[in-house]
Design a binder for this molecule. Structure first.
Ligand SMILES: NC(=O)c1ccc[n+]([C@@H]2O[C@H](COP(=O)([O-])OP(=O)(O)OC[C@H]3O[C@@H](n4cnc5c(N)ncnc54)[C@H](O)[C@@H]3O)[C@@H](O)[C@H]2O)c1
Length: 448
């Protein structure tokens, strides 16, 4: 199916075409953001492939197995092309995207050199920042205002200015900023009205990431949250998102250890293998690791990482298998490793008649290399969601849970953490949008 035949398929849903440029706006121009932007440019120039990106490399099976119809996702639904992406960002440090990428040390200098003019051209805007929410960082490249509402207004000016200058047709914002201290939902988050009052009064329960999200959604710009911060996971943002038809997704990119956990745990459950405990520890030495060295930021991350097993294993349904699990997560800041994190898992499982066994996983991973394709896919899919009549007014895009450690859902609904269910949900959503049959894997008809 051609990309341009966008508006309607036979029984498909209405999707506006992806014409013109898509502006990508990133609060936090650190390791993840620069690895993403440098990577997009490297792919555009033909220096490398977009490995890990479902939108660029993935296919979707349509119809019966005998039909042999498996188009690329980017040919099946109308997505913005990589050549149509333009970028801006905010940071508390003045480094442009090239200097920041050098500092992050993820992509080697030779490849960075090839995309240097592009990266040099992306300079950060002044950030909305407050040390009370990220204790380990201190930067001077920040906005000033009498209250948080004024800061939000300045961000809205930035958004409009970028749109005009870059001639972008549409925009998406994705938070790649540091992990903020742990916040719980409170009164000020309960509605847009309460939130706006809170912005005026500088309510301490409004973190900087929320000011960005408020600015984006108020401008009708979709927002994704790559960190475990509360940010858009509050009723006020859901209300604003639905009202302005600006989709939201969050939270916390599912990379590294949690990705592996949500691959292994569904397998144990599928085979009714029991679990006594799962001990996960990490060493990492990037700026993210330094920020997470603060107990407040670590608490936010820990909550996000811990929630996964409980939901996948459903101890209430299988008390004998999963009723007494010891799940521990540790993150240790260890500078020599830089962005190349090492994640160890010791998994104590048990089988037939209760006999114990152990699995050890030692994942020598590269955090930002795993996160960058997620940023790309979330940006392209959120833009698709906004152009989709069916999805744009829903607020939370649960079909994007696939990419997230702590997926958002409407209140009262538990999140799906199993990577394979998430993948099926995502692909079925695409099939639905284009009026194709859902795939149930029943397959009895092949034996008629
Ligand atoms: N790399 C991964 O695999 C991964 C996975 C899941 C989540 N995350 C999250 O993604 C985020 C980015 O990770 P990273 O490795 O790029 O970290 P990083 O420290 O390299 O980059 C974060 C950047 O955000 C900036 N920043 C902090 N507060 C800001 C604010 N209020 N406004 C604008 N800029 C601000 C910092 O100065 C820094 O440059 C972190 O929250 C991290 O926890 C990363």
């Amino acid at each position: 199916m051609a990309k341009s035949s966008t508006s309607e398929t036979k029984q498909g849903t209405q999707i506006a075409p992806a014409k013109g440029k898509l502006g990508v706006m990133i609060p936090g121009m650190g390791a993840v953001a620069t690895t993403f932007m440098a990577g997009v440019e490297a792919v555009r120039k033909g220096y490398a492939d977009p490995i890990g990106s479902l939108t660029q490399m993935g296919t979707v099976r349509l119809g019966k197995r005998t039909e042999a119809r498996s188009p690329k996702i980017k040919d099946f639904v109308p997505l913005a092309g990589l050549n149509d992406l333009v970028f801006t960002g905010w940071d508390i440090f003045e480094d442009d995207a090239y200097d920041s990428a050098i500092h992050a040390g993820v992509i080697e200098k030779e490849l960075l050199g090839k995309v240097k003019p592009f990266l040099k051209s992306i300079t950060p805007r002044r950030a909305v920042f407050d040390r009370n929410y990220v204790k380990k960082l201190d930067g001077k490249h920040v906005k000033k205002g009498r209250n948080k509402m004024e800061l939000a207004e300045q961000l809205r000016d930035d958004i409009r200015e970028f749109k005009k200058k870059s001639k972008a047709d549409r925009l998406v914002m994705i938070w790649c900023g540091s992990t903020e201290v742990f916040l719980q939902q409170s009164e000020v988050h309960s509605s847009v009205k309460a939130f706006e009052r809170g912005l005026q009064k500088n309510d301490e329960n409004i973190a900087p990431s929320m000011v960005y999200a408020y600015a984006a959604l108020s401008e009708g710009v979709p927002f994704a949250n790559g960190a475990p911060n509360l940010t858009v996971d509050i009723p006020a943002m859901l209300e604003l998102s639905r009202r302005n038809r600006a989709p939201i997704a969050g939270k916390d990119f599912k990379t590294g250890q949690t990705l592996i956990k949500t691959i292994l745990a569904p397998g144990f459950k599928a085979r009714m293998i029991g679990l006594h405990g799962w001990f996960s520890t990490n060493i990492l030495g990037n700026r993210d690791g330094e920020v997470l060295d603060d107990p407040g930021s670590f608490k936010t991350k820990e909550e996000s990482k811990l929630s996964v097993l409980e939901q996948i294993l459903q101890p209430e349904l299988y008390p004998k298998l999963y009723g007494n699990i010891h799940h521990k997560v540790r993150i240790n800041y260890y500078p020599p490793r830089g962005d190349n994190k090492e994640g160890w898992d010791n998994i104590d499982i048990f089988g037939w008649l209760g006999y114990p066994m152990q699995i050890k996983v030692d994942f020598l991973c590269r955090d930002s290399i795993l996160a960058a394709p997620i940023v790309l896919d979330l940006v392209l899919f959120l833009d698709l969601a906004q152009r989709s009549e069916e999805l744009c007014g829903l607020g939370i895009q649960e079909w994007l849970s696939f990419y997230l450690k702590s997926p958002m859902t409407v209140p009262g609904l538990y999140p799906e953490h199993d990577l394979f269910i998430q993948s099926m949900k995502l692909k079925n959503t695409l099939r639905h949008l284009r009026g194709e049959e859902m795939i149930t894997h029943l397959g009895l008809e092949y034996y008629d």
